[in-house]
Ligand binder design. Structure first.
Ligand code: DI6
Ligand code: FE
Length: 403
């Protein structure tokens, strides 16, 4: 097979250990073979064998980073919640609205009413926006259907998006997101139903991982563990919405089940952080939700650093707490609101985000990784986190192809 060579690139390789300075290579070359990177490095070191018969691309001195990875989204849902945004501006809190039957439950109603085609159309718009900013892999959670039939409907939409669009999508089953109206006041019975949904969804090829919302407006520690036990039995990896509104010890529980990630984590304790470090669980920080529901308690970034828990950043794109389809904006907010360095933030949407999805074939620019990369109209990678409200993406290469 012949090679395609991208030259005149300034590379931020984001390789492990090298990202003290983003793994920067000033006059860099990427050699692509099929869907993979065959060689990455400075032009002066490139073995001549690759040049023979290769197709050449001029990156025109663009900055090149790995394709961005959005590792926590709820992209498929019906309707919107601008009305609740108004209620909150008139004094109600996010939790007040949830308890009064709004919140997640109102989106569940809209999602159940929507046809598969309507859900697809709405999600495609959001996906297109993310892709325009260089997102090449993302996760989509269910969790607004809350019955076998409606969860399957949403997960099929996510699978269809992946078939139709140049992007890879990981599906996560979040049946344990909220208690649906037909199980009102009987969360335990609903959890039993969630447990029975997993095997059929897996048999239909619709799920890659399992998530739950463990919090005072979500599910208890014991209920969450029931879900995890079944996931473990089915060999499905788990992750958790943990310690968003309270310390419910979700992080320790998730770590006990070898979770890929714990997400939100505003109320994470030292014990939780230590457990995550030991289990190799990634902390997924969601600055959009922190900002939009006006949290005042920051996730304990210093604690995560001390315990060497890898930090990923994601949009949490959803209608209630983060109606956001800009991963670049999250880079900026992770720095301004949560005080991550631009380098930590960029690792958080590339290498560490890949880890949060259990993917080892992407997230950095080096040989044998997927040829997923983005050309940016900026001089230095810190600019990606620094500027907000603009999109410097020039083009995106996904699996070796310009998309
Ligand atoms: N935490 C969140 O931030 C989203 N889900 C969750 O468990 C919000 C979902 C929503 O408000 O619709
Ligand atoms: Fe979420």
């Amino acid at each position: 097979m012949s090679y395609e060579i991208w030259e005149n690139a300034r590379l931020a390789t984001m390789q492990e250990g090298q990202d003290a300075n983003y793994g920067l290579i000033d006059d860099g070359v990427l050699v692509v073979e099929g869907k993979q990177l065959a060689w990455v490095g400075p032009r002066s070191d490139m073995p001549m064998q690759y040049r023979h018969g290769a197709f050449m691309h001029d990156a025109r001195n663009a900055l090149v980073t790995p394709g961005l990875i959005d590792c926590h989204t709820h992209l498929v849902y019906g309707g919107h919640r601008a009305n609740e945004f108004e209620l909150r501006l008139n004094g109600a809190s996010y939790e007040d609205i949830a308890r009064a039957g709004g919140g997640i439950k109102s989106t569940v109603q809209a999602t159940r009413m929507a046809s598969e085609a309507e859900l697809y159309k709405a999600a495609l718009k959001r996906l297109t926006h993310l892709m325009k900013e260089g997102v090449t892999t993302l996760e989509i959670k269910s969790g607004y259907g809350l019955s076998l039939e409606n969860e399957a409907k949403c997960l099929r939409v996510a699978r269809q998006l992946a078939l139709d669009c140049p992007i890879q999508i990981k599906n996560t089953f979040l049946g344990a997101h909220a208690v649906p109206p037909e199980f009102q006041d009987n969360a335990d019975a609903y959890i039993d139903a969630v447990v029975t949904m997993m095997a059929p969804l897996q048999a239909q090829g619709l799920i890659d991982a399992v998530d739950a919302f463990c919090d005072r407006i979500g599910f208890t520690y014991a209920q969450t563990e029931k879900v995890f036990k079944e996931a473990q039995r089915l060999n499905l990896p788990v992750k958790l919405h943990a310690e968003q509104l309270t310390d419910s010890h979700g992080a320790s529980l998730a770590a006990k089940y070898g979770a890929l990630s714990c997400d939100h984590l505003e109320w994470l304790s030292e014990e939780g952080a230590a457990a995550m470090a030991k289990a190799g669980t990634v902390a997924v920080l969601l600055p959009g939700a922190f900002y939009f529901i006006r949290e005042t308690k920051l996730p304990p970034i210093e604690l995560l650093r001390q315990h060497k828990v890898p930090m990923a950043i994601s949009t949490d794109s959803n209608p209630g707490s983060s109606p956001c389809t800009s991963l670049l904006l999250m880079l900026n907010m992770a720095c301004t609101l949560m005080r991550l360095t631009p380098q930590e933030a960029l690792a958080g949407v590339t290498r560490v985000a890949a880890q949060a999805l259990g993917l080892i074939d992407r997230g950095a620019l080096c040989a044998n990784q997927r040829a997923d990369f983005v050309l940016w109209d900026v001089q230095h990678p810190a600019e990606l986190a620094y500027a907000f409200g603009s999109n410097p993406c020039l083009s995106t290469v996904w699996g070796g192809q310009v998309r």
